[in-house]
Design a protein around this ligand. Sequence first.
Ligand SMILES: [Zn+2]
Length: 361
Amino acid sequence: MKTKLTLLLSFVLITFSGCAQSQKTENVFLITLDGLRWQELFGGADSTLIGDKTYVKNTEELKRLFWKDGQEERRETLMPFFWSTIAEQGQLYGNRWENSKVNCTNQMWFSYPGYNEILSGFADDAVIKSNDKIPNPNTTVLEYINQQDGFQGKVAAFGSWDVFPYIVNEERSGVPVNAGFEKSADEPLSDKEVFLNKLQDEIPSPWGGVRLDAFTHHYMMEYVKKHSPRLVYIAYGETDDFAHDGAYDHYLKSARQTDEFIKEIWDYIQSTPQYKDKTTLLITTDHGRGTVPKESWKGHGTSVKDADQIWIAALGPDTKALGTGIKGQYYQNQLAATVAEALGIAYKQPKAGKALPKAVK
Ligand SMILES: [Zn+2]
Protein backbone atom coordinates (compact mmCIF):
# COMPACT_ATOMS: atom_id res chain seq x y z
CA MET A 1 0.00 0.00 0.00
CA LYS A 2 2.71 2.37 1.05
CA THR A 3 4.70 1.54 -2.08
CA LYS A 4 1.71 2.21 -4.32
CA LEU A 5 1.16 5.58 -2.67
CA THR A 6 4.82 6.49 -3.03
CA LEU A 7 4.68 5.50 -6.70
CA LEU A 8 1.57 7.55 -7.28
CA LEU A 9 3.09 10.48 -5.48
CA SER A 10 6.28 10.38 -7.50
CA PHE A 11 4.23 10.07 -10.71
CA VAL A 12 2.24 13.18 -9.75
CA LEU A 13 5.44 15.02 -8.82
CA ILE A 14 7.20 14.10 -12.05
CA THR A 15 4.16 15.07 -14.13
CA PHE A 16 3.80 18.33 -12.25
CA SER A 17 7.44 19.29 -12.53
CA GLY A 18 7.29 18.30 -16.22
CA CYS A 19 4.51 20.83 -16.74
CA ALA A 20 6.24 23.51 -14.76
CA GLN A 21 9.39 23.05 -16.81
CA SER A 22 7.58 23.69 -20.08
CA GLN A 23 6.75 27.31 -19.31
CA LYS A 24 7.77 29.30 -16.27
CA THR A 25 7.42 32.83 -17.63
CA GLU A 26 4.31 34.71 -16.51
CA ASN A 27 5.62 38.24 -17.06
CA VAL A 28 7.77 39.94 -19.68
CA PHE A 29 9.76 43.16 -19.62
CA LEU A 30 10.57 44.26 -23.18
CA ILE A 31 13.32 46.88 -23.17
CA THR A 32 14.85 48.96 -25.98
CA LEU A 33 17.95 51.18 -26.05
CA ASP A 34 17.56 53.57 -28.97
CA GLY A 35 20.31 53.18 -31.54
CA LEU A 36 22.91 51.48 -29.36
CA ARG A 37 25.37 49.83 -31.77
CA TRP A 38 26.19 46.14 -31.56
CA GLN A 39 29.82 47.23 -31.93
CA GLU A 40 29.78 48.77 -28.43
CA LEU A 41 27.66 46.01 -26.89
CA PHE A 42 30.07 43.29 -28.06
CA GLY A 43 33.28 45.31 -28.24
CA GLY A 44 33.03 48.03 -25.59
CA ALA A 45 34.34 51.53 -26.21
CA ASP A 46 35.47 52.17 -29.81
CA SER A 47 39.24 52.73 -30.06
CA THR A 48 38.81 55.18 -32.94
CA LEU A 49 36.32 57.39 -31.07
CA ILE A 50 37.28 57.33 -27.38
CA GLY A 51 40.33 59.57 -27.87
CA ASP A 52 38.87 61.85 -30.55
CA LYS A 53 38.38 65.39 -29.26
CA THR A 54 35.78 66.03 -31.96
CA TYR A 55 33.44 63.70 -30.08
CA VAL A 56 34.80 63.68 -26.52
CA LYS A 57 35.28 66.67 -24.20
CA ASN A 58 37.68 64.99 -21.77
CA THR A 59 39.41 62.09 -23.50
CA GLU A 60 41.56 61.23 -20.46
CA GLU A 61 38.52 60.92 -18.19
CA LEU A 62 36.66 58.81 -20.74
CA LYS A 63 39.61 56.45 -21.18
CA ARG A 64 39.94 56.13 -17.43
CA LEU A 65 36.27 55.16 -17.24
CA PHE A 66 35.93 52.88 -20.26
CA TRP A 67 39.25 51.91 -21.83
CA LYS A 68 40.75 48.44 -21.34
CA ASP A 69 43.17 46.82 -23.79
CA GLY A 70 41.20 43.58 -24.14
CA GLN A 71 37.87 43.63 -25.95
CA GLU A 72 36.23 41.42 -23.35
CA GLU A 73 37.35 43.64 -20.49
CA ARG A 74 36.17 46.70 -22.43
CA ARG A 75 32.66 45.40 -22.96
CA GLU A 76 32.42 44.23 -19.34
CA THR A 77 33.42 47.73 -18.25
CA LEU A 78 30.82 49.37 -20.48
CA MET A 79 27.89 47.04 -19.77
CA PRO A 80 28.64 44.93 -16.68
CA PHE A 81 25.12 43.55 -16.22
CA PHE A 82 24.98 42.34 -19.83
CA TRP A 83 28.38 40.68 -19.52
CA SER A 84 27.87 39.11 -16.13
CA THR A 85 24.27 38.10 -15.66
CA ILE A 86 22.89 38.05 -19.24
CA ALA A 87 25.97 36.52 -20.91
CA GLU A 88 26.23 33.86 -18.19
CA GLN A 89 22.56 33.03 -17.63
CA GLY A 90 20.89 34.19 -20.85
CA GLN A 91 21.47 34.83 -24.55
CA LEU A 92 23.02 37.58 -26.66
CA TYR A 93 22.37 37.72 -30.41
CA GLY A 94 24.13 39.95 -32.92
CA ASN A 95 27.88 39.52 -32.44
CA ARG A 96 28.81 39.65 -36.11
CA TRP A 97 32.46 38.96 -35.28
CA GLU A 98 31.26 35.50 -34.22
CA ASN A 99 28.78 35.03 -37.04
CA SER A 100 25.66 35.84 -35.05
CA LYS A 101 23.60 38.37 -36.99
CA VAL A 102 20.45 40.36 -36.37
CA ASN A 103 19.02 42.79 -38.92
CA CYS A 104 16.02 45.01 -39.43
CA THR A 105 13.74 43.87 -42.24
CA ASN A 106 12.37 47.37 -42.73
CA GLN A 107 14.31 49.44 -45.25
CA MET A 108 14.19 52.69 -43.27
CA TRP A 109 16.72 52.10 -40.46
CA PHE A 110 15.38 54.77 -38.14
CA SER A 111 13.19 54.84 -35.09
CA TYR A 112 9.45 54.63 -35.81
CA PRO A 113 9.87 51.93 -38.50
CA GLY A 114 12.16 50.01 -36.11
CA TYR A 115 9.80 50.25 -33.15
CA ASN A 116 6.86 49.31 -35.36
CA GLU A 117 8.78 46.23 -36.53
CA ILE A 118 9.77 45.23 -32.98
CA LEU A 119 6.28 45.73 -31.57
CA SER A 120 4.01 44.60 -34.40
CA GLY A 121 6.35 41.93 -35.78
CA PHE A 122 6.57 43.18 -39.33
CA ALA A 123 7.96 46.04 -41.39
CA ASP A 124 5.44 48.43 -42.88
CA ASP A 125 7.51 50.58 -45.19
CA ALA A 126 4.49 51.77 -47.18
CA VAL A 127 2.94 53.48 -44.16
CA ILE A 128 5.61 53.83 -41.45
CA LYS A 129 8.19 55.82 -43.37
CA SER A 130 8.80 58.82 -41.11
CA ASN A 131 8.99 59.64 -37.40
CA ASP A 132 5.80 61.71 -37.68
CA LYS A 133 3.24 61.37 -34.91
CA ILE A 134 0.76 59.22 -36.78
CA PRO A 135 -1.30 56.68 -34.81
CA ASN A 136 0.11 53.26 -35.71
CA PRO A 137 -2.44 51.41 -37.87
CA ASN A 138 -0.76 48.10 -36.94
CA THR A 139 -1.66 46.12 -33.83
CA THR A 140 1.36 45.78 -31.58
CA VAL A 141 2.07 42.75 -29.41
CA LEU A 142 1.32 45.03 -26.46
CA GLU A 143 -2.20 45.64 -27.73
CA TYR A 144 -2.59 41.96 -28.66
CA ILE A 145 -1.54 40.70 -25.22
CA ASN A 146 -3.69 43.34 -23.52
CA GLN A 147 -6.72 41.63 -25.11
CA GLN A 148 -5.88 38.14 -23.78
CA ASP A 149 -7.45 36.58 -20.69
CA GLY A 150 -5.54 37.48 -17.58
CA PHE A 151 -3.73 40.38 -19.21
CA GLN A 152 -6.38 43.11 -19.52
CA GLY A 153 -5.09 46.19 -17.75
CA LYS A 154 -1.81 44.37 -17.08
CA VAL A 155 0.20 45.87 -19.96
CA ALA A 156 1.97 49.25 -19.78
CA ALA A 157 4.57 51.21 -21.76
CA PHE A 158 7.11 53.87 -20.81
CA GLY A 159 9.29 55.82 -23.22
CA SER A 160 11.63 58.78 -23.29
CA TRP A 161 10.51 59.81 -26.79
CA ASP A 162 7.20 61.60 -27.21
CA VAL A 163 6.22 59.56 -30.28
CA PHE A 164 5.56 56.37 -28.27
CA PRO A 165 1.89 57.13 -27.54
CA TYR A 166 1.43 57.02 -31.34
CA ILE A 167 3.66 53.99 -31.97
CA VAL A 168 1.71 51.99 -29.37
CA ASN A 169 -1.51 53.71 -30.48
CA GLU A 170 -2.43 54.40 -26.87
CA GLU A 171 -5.93 55.54 -27.77
CA ARG A 172 -6.98 52.43 -29.70
CA SER A 173 -4.92 49.84 -27.82
CA GLY A 174 -5.93 50.87 -24.32
CA VAL A 175 -2.31 50.32 -23.26
CA PRO A 176 -1.26 53.23 -21.02
CA VAL A 177 1.88 54.97 -22.31
CA ASN A 178 3.90 57.45 -20.26
CA ALA A 179 6.35 59.09 -22.68
CA GLY A 180 8.00 62.33 -23.64
CA PHE A 181 7.55 64.90 -20.87
CA GLU A 182 4.35 63.39 -19.57
CA LYS A 183 3.99 63.35 -15.80
CA SER A 184 2.57 60.59 -13.70
CA ALA A 185 -1.17 61.08 -13.21
CA ASP A 186 -1.53 57.70 -11.55
CA GLU A 187 -3.44 58.81 -8.45
CA PRO A 188 -2.81 58.42 -5.63
CA LEU A 189 0.74 59.43 -6.52
CA SER A 190 3.59 57.91 -4.54
CA ASP A 191 6.07 60.30 -2.89
CA LYS A 192 8.56 59.46 -5.63
CA GLU A 193 6.05 60.24 -8.38
CA VAL A 194 5.30 63.63 -6.81
CA PHE A 195 9.04 64.32 -6.73
CA LEU A 196 9.61 63.08 -10.31
CA ASN A 197 6.79 65.30 -11.60
CA LYS A 198 8.42 68.31 -9.94
CA LEU A 199 11.96 67.42 -11.00
CA GLN A 200 10.96 66.84 -14.63
CA ASP A 201 9.83 70.48 -14.82
CA GLU A 202 13.00 71.70 -13.13
CA ILE A 203 15.63 69.86 -15.20
CA PRO A 204 15.80 71.03 -18.81
CA SER A 205 16.13 68.20 -21.32
CA PRO A 206 18.87 68.66 -23.94
CA TRP A 207 16.28 67.73 -26.61
CA GLY A 208 12.88 68.79 -27.85
CA GLY A 209 10.90 65.58 -27.92
CA VAL A 210 12.95 63.29 -25.69
CA ARG A 211 13.34 63.36 -21.92
CA LEU A 212 16.33 62.07 -19.98
CA ASP A 213 16.04 58.33 -19.33
CA ALA A 214 16.17 58.52 -15.53
CA PHE A 215 12.63 59.95 -15.59
CA THR A 216 11.33 57.17 -17.83
CA HIS A 217 13.04 54.55 -15.69
CA HIS A 218 11.80 55.76 -12.32
CA TYR A 219 8.23 56.44 -13.53
CA MET A 220 8.25 52.84 -14.78
CA MET A 221 9.61 51.43 -11.51
CA GLU A 222 6.96 53.26 -9.48
CA TYR A 223 4.21 51.98 -11.75
CA VAL A 224 5.53 48.42 -11.55
CA LYS A 225 5.63 48.58 -7.74
CA LYS A 226 2.05 49.89 -7.60
CA HIS A 227 0.37 47.72 -10.25
CA SER A 228 2.51 44.61 -10.91
CA PRO A 229 1.90 44.64 -14.69
CA ARG A 230 2.55 41.38 -16.59
CA LEU A 231 3.91 42.93 -19.79
CA VAL A 232 5.97 46.10 -19.55
CA TYR A 233 7.63 47.93 -22.41
CA ILE A 234 10.45 50.35 -21.54
CA ALA A 235 12.04 52.48 -24.27
CA TYR A 236 15.22 54.27 -23.23
CA GLY A 237 16.27 57.00 -25.66
CA GLU A 238 19.45 58.80 -24.61
CA THR A 239 21.98 56.69 -26.51
CA ASP A 240 20.55 57.77 -29.88
CA ASP A 241 20.24 61.45 -29.07
CA PHE A 242 23.72 61.76 -27.61
CA ALA A 243 25.08 60.00 -30.71
CA HIS A 244 23.29 62.45 -33.02
CA ASP A 245 24.79 65.25 -30.93
CA GLY A 246 28.22 63.74 -31.64
CA ALA A 247 28.85 63.30 -27.90
CA TYR A 248 30.62 59.95 -27.63
CA ASP A 249 31.33 60.57 -23.93
CA HIS A 250 27.64 60.96 -23.11
CA TYR A 251 26.76 58.05 -25.41
CA LEU A 252 29.06 55.70 -23.47
CA LYS A 253 28.00 57.02 -20.06
CA SER A 254 24.37 56.61 -21.04
CA ALA A 255 24.94 53.02 -22.23
CA ARG A 256 26.62 52.28 -18.88
CA GLN A 257 23.76 53.87 -16.94
CA THR A 258 21.10 52.03 -18.92
CA ASP A 259 22.90 48.76 -18.13
CA GLU A 260 22.60 49.77 -14.46
CA PHE A 261 18.88 50.55 -14.91
CA ILE A 262 18.32 47.09 -16.39
CA LYS A 263 20.19 45.54 -13.46
CA GLU A 264 17.90 47.45 -11.12
CA ILE A 265 14.86 46.03 -12.94
CA TRP A 266 16.27 42.50 -12.74
CA ASP A 267 17.17 42.86 -9.04
CA TYR A 268 13.62 44.06 -8.34
CA ILE A 269 12.18 41.14 -10.33
CA GLN A 270 14.31 38.58 -8.51
CA SER A 271 13.47 39.97 -5.08
CA THR A 272 9.69 40.24 -5.59
CA PRO A 273 7.50 37.11 -5.24
CA GLN A 274 5.12 38.25 -8.01
CA TYR A 275 8.02 38.27 -10.50
CA LYS A 276 10.81 36.09 -9.15
CA ASP A 277 11.80 33.18 -11.43
CA LYS A 278 8.75 33.78 -13.64
CA THR A 279 9.76 36.90 -15.55
CA THR A 280 11.65 37.18 -18.83
CA LEU A 281 13.63 40.18 -20.09
CA LEU A 282 13.89 40.76 -23.85
CA ILE A 283 16.18 43.64 -24.82
CA THR A 284 16.94 45.11 -28.23
CA THR A 285 17.42 48.25 -30.29
CA ASP A 286 15.45 49.95 -33.06
CA HIS A 287 18.38 50.36 -35.48
CA GLY A 288 22.17 50.37 -35.73
CA ARG A 289 24.51 53.19 -36.71
CA GLY A 290 27.44 53.56 -39.08
CA THR A 291 31.12 52.78 -38.63
CA VAL A 292 32.63 53.74 -42.02
CA PRO A 293 33.23 56.57 -42.65
CA LYS A 294 34.07 57.25 -39.04
CA GLU A 295 31.65 60.16 -38.52
CA SER A 296 28.75 57.92 -39.57
CA TRP A 297 28.64 56.55 -35.98
CA LYS A 298 26.51 59.64 -35.30
CA GLY A 299 23.83 58.69 -37.78
CA HIS A 300 21.62 55.99 -39.23
CA GLY A 301 19.00 55.62 -41.95
CA THR A 302 19.42 53.94 -45.32
CA SER A 303 22.15 56.35 -46.38
CA VAL A 304 24.32 54.97 -43.56
CA LYS A 305 25.98 51.66 -44.41
CA ASP A 306 25.09 48.77 -42.08
CA ALA A 307 22.67 50.83 -39.94
CA ASP A 308 20.27 47.88 -40.17
CA GLN A 309 22.57 45.75 -38.00
CA ILE A 310 21.10 45.29 -34.54
CA TRP A 311 21.23 42.93 -31.52
CA ILE A 312 18.89 41.13 -29.12
CA ALA A 313 19.32 39.89 -25.54
CA ALA A 314 17.17 37.46 -23.54
CA LEU A 315 17.19 36.47 -19.87
CA GLY A 316 14.65 34.54 -17.86
CA PRO A 317 13.50 31.22 -16.45
CA ASP A 318 12.79 29.70 -19.88
CA THR A 319 15.96 31.03 -21.53
CA LYS A 320 18.80 28.55 -21.74
CA ALA A 321 22.25 29.86 -20.83
CA LEU A 322 23.70 29.92 -24.36
CA GLY A 323 25.51 33.24 -23.96
CA THR A 324 26.84 34.57 -27.26
CA GLY A 325 27.14 31.14 -28.83
CA ILE A 326 24.05 31.45 -31.03
CA LYS A 327 25.17 31.66 -34.62
CA GLY A 328 22.92 32.39 -37.57
CA GLN A 329 20.74 35.11 -39.01
CA TYR A 330 17.89 36.60 -37.00
CA TYR A 331 15.57 39.55 -37.54
CA GLN A 332 13.93 42.42 -35.71
CA ASN A 333 10.52 41.12 -36.83
CA GLN A 334 10.92 38.05 -34.55
CA LEU A 335 10.61 39.97 -31.30
CA ALA A 336 6.84 40.41 -31.12
CA ALA A 337 6.20 36.66 -31.51
CA THR A 338 8.96 35.96 -28.98
CA VAL A 339 7.29 38.21 -26.41
CA ALA A 340 3.98 36.37 -26.92
CA GLU A 341 5.61 32.95 -26.88
CA ALA A 342 7.37 33.73 -23.61
CA LEU A 343 3.91 34.37 -22.14
CA GLY A 344 2.60 31.11 -23.57
CA ILE A 345 0.44 32.84 -26.15
CA ALA A 346 0.46 32.29 -29.92
CA TYR A 347 0.93 35.56 -31.80
CA LYS A 348 -1.71 35.22 -34.52
CA GLN A 349 -0.33 37.77 -36.94
CA PRO A 350 0.46 36.11 -40.30
CA LYS A 351 2.80 38.92 -41.38
CA ALA A 352 4.96 38.65 -38.23
CA GLY A 353 8.34 36.94 -38.06
CA LYS A 354 8.47 33.69 -36.09
CA ALA A 355 9.59 33.64 -32.45
CA LEU A 356 13.35 33.23 -31.97
CA PRO A 357 13.65 29.43 -31.82
CA LYS A 358 15.83 29.22 -28.71
CA ALA A 359 15.12 32.42 -26.77
CA VAL A 360 12.32 31.31 -24.44
CA LYS A 361 12.23 27.51 -24.53
ZN1 LIG B 1 18.26 58.57 -34.34
